[in-house]
Design a protein around this ligand. Structure first.
Ligand code: PAF
Length: 284
């Protein structure tokens, strides 16, 4: 039996609704997003739909995960458009809180996943993952899900949220969904909307680098140095791209590897024009 679609705006209202649903024995899946939905998000919603009775989409552009020089003000916002798109995947509820409802005056409590938040994107975006972990914990407290679905494109974010959920006994199953790509290999991202036409072409260098490294891996290469060099080459040849990092790390602990002897993630962050893009590939 379907429930009437509703948009909840406060933690208290959302939590009361989820408590009712749990009392009725419903299995709840949440898909946390910052809006600007694309096919990648719809894939997450479909995965949630397949595994739960109730699917809750959250849309909240979380100020605490943006640095002072980042794109909070210009981050695309289109709640009505996002909801129309999400409804094509059969969502039941949307949780779209305001900033004031999420962060009342004087809020000063943050969650730190100490080791996992340090390297990679954490090194170039100080405070970012504390903002992500904190807001996701708050979204969990409001929506009370059994399952939460996230994309594997944000690989470090997923590792951090898995660890937070385990360490803090949330009792929520974290589901990771593989990256969705355009036909030319570029990973779908809300930030692709910022790319000018020539930058969109240049953005291919990220996935091209990962594909080249994976080809070397499949041919037997196991040293981090060679795999990273293969991944860097297309970016170094691209005038519009500037590498932030290319790293090979343990897929769970995110510790650096010199030789690939266990499941690893080859992860890239690069600026294309002024837009920072990330991509990754698991090699195992
Ligand atoms: O991946 C995102 O869109 C955000 O980081 C998340 C998980 C919704 C937290 O704001």
């Amino acid at each position: 039996m379907t429930i009437p679609f509703e948009i909840l705006r406060t933690p208290a209202a959302m939590r009361a609704r989820s408590e009712d649903l749990r009392r009725d024995g419903k299995k709840i899946a949440v898909v946390p997003t910052m809006g600007a939905l694309h096919e990648g998000h719809l894939t997450l919603l479909r995965a949630a739909r397949a595994q739960a009775d109730i699917v809750i989409l959250t849309i909240f552009v979380n100020p605490t995960q943006f640095g002072p020089q980042e794109d909070l003000a210009k981050y695309p916002r289109d709640e009505a458009g996002d909801l129309a798109l999400a409804k094509t995947c059969g969502i039941d509820l949307a949780y779209c809180p305001t900033v004031d409802a999420m962060y009342p005056a004087g809020a000063q409590t943050f969650i730190e996943v100490r080791e996992l938040q340090q390297p990679m994107c954490g090194a170039s975006r100080p405070g970012h993952f504390a903002g992500v972990a904190t807001v996701v914990a708050k979204l969990f407290h409001a929506t009370l899900p059994h399952i939460a679905v996230f994309g594997e494109k944000d690989f470090q974010q997923l590792a951090i949220l898995r660890r937070m959920t385990r360490d803090l006994d949330f009792g929520i199953e974290i589901v990771g969904v593989p990256i969705v790509r355009e036909s030319d290999g570029v990973a779908l991202s809300s930030r692709n909307a910022y790319l000018k036409p020539d930058e969109r072409v240049a953005a291919r260098a990220l996935s091209a680098g990962l594909a080249a490294a994976e080809a070397k891996f499949k041919a037997g290469e196991r040293t981090a140095e060679a795999l990273i060099a293969a991944a860097r080459a297309p970016l170094e040849a691209e005038a519009l791209a500037r590498i932030d990092y290319v790293e090979l790390r343990d897929a769970t602990e995110l510790t650096p590897l010199t030789t690939l002897a266990r499941p690893a993630v080859l992860a890239i962050a690069a600026f294309v024009g002024t837009t920072r893009l990330i991509d990754n590939r698991v090699l195992s």
